[in-house]
Design a binder for this molecule. Structure first.
Ligand code: HEM
Length: 137
């Protein structure tokens, strides 16, 4: 069967919805939503952990011992990354909502991203170094 050239050439990968075609503002939106949802998830886990105190001191101590396992350290680093990026990009969004710095929205995104990355790497050093027998705490 003969295909028309138009339907052959325009596909999902050519559209703006394909991640490879995303512009800076779209990545900012996607990362802001993912980090926001990750923070909401953390709040629920945190509340569940704190609520274990309602079942007595032993239950709370067991929960704390479980959460202090090394496997949770990388997740703490991920939480720090989400919190820093979401907070800093949130300030960028608030400025844009107020009509401030619209021409510099890409620069502001990269500034938020770089600051979040620097803070995450610094935090990762302190959180992960004890696990690999290095310096830190
Ligand atoms: C550090 C302080 C924070 C700032 C400055 C901030 C800022 C913002 C802003 C400005 C928005 C609106 C985004 C938009 O209009 O597209 C937003 C969305 C959101 N925030 Fe935050 N936020 C902060 C902390 C948090 C925390 C602690 C949580 C979770 C417990 C959270 C969860 C969310 C969620 C789920 C959204 C909706 C995301 C979306 O619809 O794409 N935020 N935040």
């Amino acid at each position: 069967m003969r295909r028309s050239r138009c339907t052959r050439e325009v596909g999902y990968r050519d559209s703006d919805a394909w991640p490879g075609q995303f512009k800076v503002g779209t990545w900012a939106f996607v990362l802001h939503r993912i980090s926001g949802l990750a923070l909401v998830l953390f709040v629920f886990i945190h509340l569940a952990a704190m609520a274990s105190a309602l079942r007595g001191q032993d239950a709370f101590d067991r929960t704390m011992a479980f959460l202090h396992r090394p496997v949770f350290r990388p997740l703490e680093v991920a939480l720090l990354a989400a919190l820093l990026f979401h907070g800093l990009n949130g300030l960028r969004i608030i400025l844009l909502d107020l009509g401030v710095g619209f021409r510099y929205q890409k620069h502001m995104f990269w500034a938020a991203f770089a600051l979040a990355a620097a803070g995450t790497l610094t935090g990762a050093w302190y959180l992960l170094a004890p696990l690999i027998g290095g310096m830190g705490r």
